[in-house]
Design a protein around this ligand. Structure first.
Ligand code: APR
Length: 226
């Protein structure tokens, strides 16, 4: 049995692939009102604006490639049972080779009917208003909006409580319940943070690697590889 290495990632791990983060200086939330483009209220008010926001980000994701932080995480599967829990809606962990990825906030390359949040369909092009699912509901991105339930949080807690090692990469820990996952770590589990600017986090027993994700993962590999 390989030790369980649980990784919680955020937008920072995809930054070096050219995808914008949310709260950095040039972040997405600088240019958009979260509630207009990523909430049920925004969808009610102007669904086309919401579709356009995700259609644009989907094009960016498809044009991006995994970076070495993604691929090194996949390489760790040689020695560890690696479980990725990501807040990201891109597919760069999967394209980087990770085999167990749990998306807390959905996946931009999937769509679903507004009437059913479990029947998922792949999507590689724009979703248009008027494009209906077989159940007659309007197609929308399979993404968790602010104010919507994070249905994957329970499976994520079940992963975190089993961690033998924990790594936090590229998240400001601003958004709950994702940020609260760190509270479920068993005491004494070795824990690492890789971030270009280490976020405030409770507890002083973290091994801090204050570097961009690609450099930080190269350093972590030296510490963890067998
Ligand atoms: N390498 C490592 N870390 C980086 C890099 C980089 N190249 N660039 C940015 N970071 C770090 C920042 O320092 C910050 O800690 O990544 C983090 C990005 O934070 P946010 O922009 O808040 O992104 P994230 O934490 O993933 O946001 C969580 O908020 O808006 C919602 O649903 C959205 O999933 C998202 C959630």
């Amino acid at each position: 049995m390989k030790p369980k290495l649980i990784v919680l990632t955020g937008a920072g791990i995809s930054a070096e692939s050219g995808l914008r983060t949310f709260r950095d200086s040039d972040g997405l939330w600088e240019g958009y009102d979260i509630y207009e483009v990523a909430s049920p209220m925004g969808w009610e008010k102007n669904p086309t604006l919401v579709q356009d926001f995700y259609n644009m980000r989907r094009k960016d994701v498809m044009a991006a490639s995994p970076n070495s932080a993604h691929t090194l995480l996949a390489k760790l599967e040689e020695w560890y049972d690696v479980r990725i829990i990501t807040q990201n809606i891109d597919d760069l962990h999967e394209r980087g080779g990770s085999t167990r990825v749990l998306h807390l906030h959905g996946e931009i390359l999937k769509k679903r009917s507004v009437l059913n949040d479990t029947e998922l369909y792949p999507v590689l092009e724009d979703i248009q208003m008027g494009e209906l699912a077989p159940d007659g509901g309007q197609f929308r991105p399979h993404v968790v909006w602010f104010g919507e339930a994070v249905t994957m949080i329970e499976p994520a807690v079940l992963e975190i409580v089993q961690a033998d090692i924990f790594v936090l990469i590229g998240t400001s820990l601003n958004v709950y319940p994702a940020a609260g996952l760190v509270d479920y770590l068993r005491p004494g589990v070795p824990r690492y943070i890789i971030d270009k600017k280490i976020p405030p986090v409770k507890g002083s027993d973290y091994h801090l690697i204050e570097k961009p994700a690609t450099e930080g993962m190269a350093e972590l590999m030296e510490l963890l590889k067998k």
